[in-house]
Design a protein. Structure first.
Lengths: 272, 372
């Protein structure tokens, strides 16, 4: 993914553009994206295109191929948006949806990573594609809506009038969170280990982590333990690192990964 | 102050040591006494069946003495000792164990994965440590030794990765079963990237293990000279059958290799890689896994051979639990009794008769805590 693409996707997510192609789940039919040919800069500066396929912006002082800082990227997306609003003064914009975002990726590991930890979760039929009142209709765009036509269904959406695209973002955010856990789980350095031991060495595919058995009395600790207590135990002992705080993003991500890998296993707290 | 107090654990180990010492001087009268002690130990430990090591020794007292024995150490996964002393301590423990065997084994098989990332410092450290073994060593290669430089240094240190030899009427074959189809050139991976992908058990980017056509042709040629009645023992790093593909508990051309072994009456395959108590029987071929000294692996979620008696779930709070080394007793019949010397637990023997009878005879003690 080029920087330009990243920016486009980032701007799209931030500003709630329709489309959201890159974020859509496997199952949803992704509409074709038209190629946006941006003009080249005379000085070899980076040119960023907006996803309307027309608007573009030259970033002074940043060469093609260089990375933008987060601040620079925000300025660029803001400037692009301003241009677009000038061209489309009557556009009616909803505020950006508040979507729980995964923690930013920690760093690129040396080796290429494993394939995705878990396949993305198939989403339940969406309640609609555009925000219109009156409940589920075939034209709302949901994949299974046609099937439900005529069925005696209750109206509306539990979380409000969200579109299929919103749901795709939720799924992608969850997936990214799990992926971050996958990365930490497989990287001794990220774990803060000092002996080059990572979790996957004893727990391939998070096997034998049995999150479904917690809380349980952990005889060796002499107290009731949660999954995170055992994660920390492993970090301190075989991994020889420092234990993570309960709200450490790495801890949260690893829990996400471990639970995701154990999908479908019945909860059985206290199991020996 | 003198150490007047002995813990329960110390007493237990003293009793065990005395028990095994006595075994070496076994006549009929002594046997009855030792059997009594062992029954006592078994009862004292609250084991439900008196099978754990009492029956093993009954069999020995009845005269099914082995023709000869060899020991093994496997899957030591060494890093540079400055980086990681844990795995170094483990291999040293295994070397001590094997050197303490009396009588000494005829030779020691090293089952592969001496190094963790195939680096010179790791392989050389391993070679240095293995030099302390009193018995001669037969080396086998594992994927962790191979994929940094495609076996260059390993071959320099230990010679060719596949070879055969004859010992006391048994034909031995050592295979390099961890070859993989090229997944790195197209991805433009560096040698270390390639190595780290292969080193990740759950890393699906890599290819599956195979012996490969060239080596199978060599095997066919090698076996052509051997009488079909000669007992055959094959060493391979990966199991020479298909257990669980996602973790490469697997050899892709296992069926072709098995076909080459099929004409022989008595065939045993000893493999590493799986770090667990693992037994299988396919037709005339018995398979035994080896323990790792570095860490145990959980049983795969599917594909476990039905003759496998799982080892108890290891205690994560003990560095050595679920790890160990072991011994193979080659019987007069040419079949193999496989002893798993599980550190911090009683040893478990998987007998040739157990596999040959399809699990009807001499079953090893059942697991108390199977994997989740």
């Amino acid at each position: 993914m080029t920087i330009r693409m990243k920016l486009l996707v980032g701007a799209g997510a931030l500003l709630s553009f329709a489309g959201g192609v890159a974020l859509a789940g496997e199952d949803s039919a992704a509409p074709e994206v038209k190629k946006h040919a941006v003009p080249t800069s005379k000085d070899g500066d980076l040119v960023v295109g907006l996803c309307d396929g027309v608007t573009s912006l030259e970033v002074d002082g940043v060469k093609e191929g260089q990375k933008l800082t987060r601040e620079q990227a925000l300025r660029v997306s803001g400037a692009l948006m301003e241009q677009w609003l000038k061209k489309n003064p009557d556009a009616n914009w909803d505020p950006a949806p508040a979507v729980a975002q995964a923690p930013p990726p920690t760093k690129t590991p040396e080796a290429p990573r494993s394939p995705p930890a878990v396949p993305s979760t198939p989403q339940k039929p969406s309640s609609g594609g555009t925000m219109v009142g009156g409940g589920v209709k075939p034209e709302s765009g949901g994949k299974d809506v046609k099937k439900q036509q005529g069925a005696n269904l209750q109206d509306g959406h539990t979380y409000g009038a969200f579109s299929q695209r919103d749901e795709a973002i939720w799924a992608a955010s969850t997936q990214a969170f799990v992926e971050e856990g996958n990365r930490v789980f497989h990287d001794a350095e990220l774990l803060g280990g000092t002996v080059a031991v990572s979790c996957d060495m004893c727990h391939p595919d998070a096997s034998n982590t049995h999150p479904e058995t917690y809380p349980k009395y952990q005889v060796q600790l002499g107290r009731v333990a949660l999954l995170r207590d055992m994660i920390n135990w492993c970090i301190e002992n075989p991994v020889r690192g420092k234990p993570l705080a309960d709200d450490d993003p790495k801890m949260r991500a690893m829990e996400a990964y471990i639970y995701a890998k154990r999908k479908g296993t019945p909860l059985e707290y206290g199991k020996k | 102050m003198g150490n007047k107090f002995r813990s329960i654990e110390t007493k237990h180990h003293e009793e065990r040591d005395a028990f095994f010492d006595d075994l070496k001087r076994l006549d009929r009268r002594a046997f009855m006494r030792v059997a009594g002690i062992s029954a006592g130990i078994v009862a004292g430990m609250g084991l439900r069946t008196p099978q754990s090591f009492q029956l093993v020794n009954v069999a020995e007292a009845q005269g099914t003495k082995p023709r000869f024995s060899f020991a093994y150490i496997s899957d030591t996964h060494l890093y540079d000792q400055k980086l990681n002393d844990r795995f170094v301590r483990s291999i040293l423990k295994a070397v001590d164990d094997v050197n303490a065997l009396d009588p000494q084994p005829d030779f020691v098989l090293f089952g592969g994965d001496l190094a963790q990332l195939g680096q010179a410092v790791e392989l050389k450290l391993g070679a240095q440590i293995l030099k302390n073994l009193k018995a001669p060593v037969k080396m086998m290669v594992g994927e962790h030794d191979w994929f940094l430089d495609m076996g260059e240094l390993w071959r320099e240190l230990f010679g060719p990765p596949n070879y055969s030899f004859d010992h006391k009427g048994v034909h031995f074959v050592v295979l390099n079963s961890i070859l993989e189809k090229d997944f790195w050139t197209e991805r433009k991976l560096t040698p270390m990237e390639r190595m780290k992908i292969v080193a990740g058990l759950d890393n699906g980017i890599q290819s599956r293990f195979e012996v490969g056509g060239e080596q199978r042709a060599w095997l066919q040629q090698d076996l052509a000279k051997v009488d079909k009645k000669t007992p055959l023992i094959v060493f391979s790093h990966s199991p020479l059958y298909k257990y669980y593909r996602p973790w490469n508990f697997w050899t892709d051309d296992a069926d072709d290799v098995q076909a080459l072994l099929k004409p022989f009456e008595k065939v045993t395959v000893i493999h590493g890689h799986t770090h667990q108590l693992l037994s299988n029987q396919i037709g005339n071929i018995s398979f035994h896994g080896m323990l790792s000294t570095a860490w145990p692996w959980p049983y795969a979620p599917e594909g476990l051979p039905k003759l496998t008696v799982q080892m108890n779930r290891p205690d994560p709070f003990s560095q050595f639990d679920g790890c160990g080394n072991g011994r193979m007793d080659v019987l007069e019949s040419g079949l193999v009794d496989k002893l798993y010397n599980l550190w911090e637990r009683n040893p478990i023997t998987v007998r040739a008769s157990y596999l040959a009878s399809g699990g009807k005879q001499d079953a090893p003690p059942r697991t108390k805590l199977p994997s989740y």
